[in-house]
Ligand binder design. Structure first.
Ligand SMILES: [Zn+2]
Length: 235
């Protein structure tokens, strides 16, 4: 992907995330590691909504969190991104939002269950960061989030939000939407009370494998981009 293509992906990702209710005022941010220079990444600027990213306001940032190009204000939580990129060479995209059902699930302290197909995506595969409710404003705190993430595709930040990662924008964006859906179904199920047992491990793991394929994320992200474009055209 060229730098222009990456920026376009970030712009559409932001619009899709807002359309999916992942916005919290101007909070939340997304970044993408540059394929031709893995020690740098593009990132959404501070003070603007996820749906207000433009090619001009995207920042270029290094793995210490320093802005190396761009004039926008940098998110203080940049260290979530830089520390994950340091620890996870396989990760190309990092996304942080304050998805409300995921926050609520994190506040219960209960583990994520496979009560739905999206829940199966995170079956025994989600970290939990419990050091603080506060913003992740230092390299030490960012390293704590990266440690809690471990090898997984998502980490709940207790009473704060969620971070999803992927080898593509599609994996991070569809991941956070599926995580929010899974958390909503789980909280509804638990609120109804007396959940029936989950399916056997082998059954859940088969589904997890099937829905973890990169193509699955790309197909669904592309659909949400097309839908967002149609809605823009309709005014
Ligand atoms: Zn946050």
């Amino acid at each position: 992907m060229t730098h222009d293509e990456i920026k376009q992906q970030l712009i559409w990702a932001g619009k899709v995330l807002v359309a999916e209710g992942q916005d919290d005022f101007t909070r939340g941010h997304i970044s993408f590691r540059l394929p031709d220079d893995p020690a740098l990444f593009f990132m959404k600027p501070h003070s603007l909504g996820l749906d207000e990213i433009t090619p001009e306001n995207i920042l270029t940032i290094d793995l210490e969190g320093n802005v190396v190009a761009g004039t926008s204000r940098r998110h203080s939580e940049v260290y979530i991104h830089s520390e994950i990129y340091k620890q996870r060479p396989d990760v190309t995209c990092v996304l942080h939002t304050h998805a409300p059902y995921a926050v609520a699930l994190s506040a219960t302290g209960r583990p994520m269950r496979a009560y739905s197909q999206p829940g199966a995506l995170f079956y025994e595969g989600i970290g939990v960061y419990t050091d603080t409710i506060n913003l992740i404003r230092t390299t030490t705190m960012g390293a704590g989030v990266a440690k809690a993430l471990g090898p997984h595709r998502a980490v709940l930040l207790k009473n704060h939000g969620v971070v999803t990662v992927g080898a593509s924008v599609a994996e991070a964006v569809i991941g956070v939407i599926m995580l929010e859906n899974a958390a909503m179904v789980q909280l509804t199920t638990e609120a109804a009370g007396d959940p029936a047992p989950e399916f056997p491990r082998a059954d859940i793991e088969k589904l997890k494998t099937d829905i973890s394929r990169p193509e699955q994320f790309a197909i669904n992200f592309d659909y949400l981009v097309r839908r967002t474009k149609r809605r823009e055209q309709a005014g």
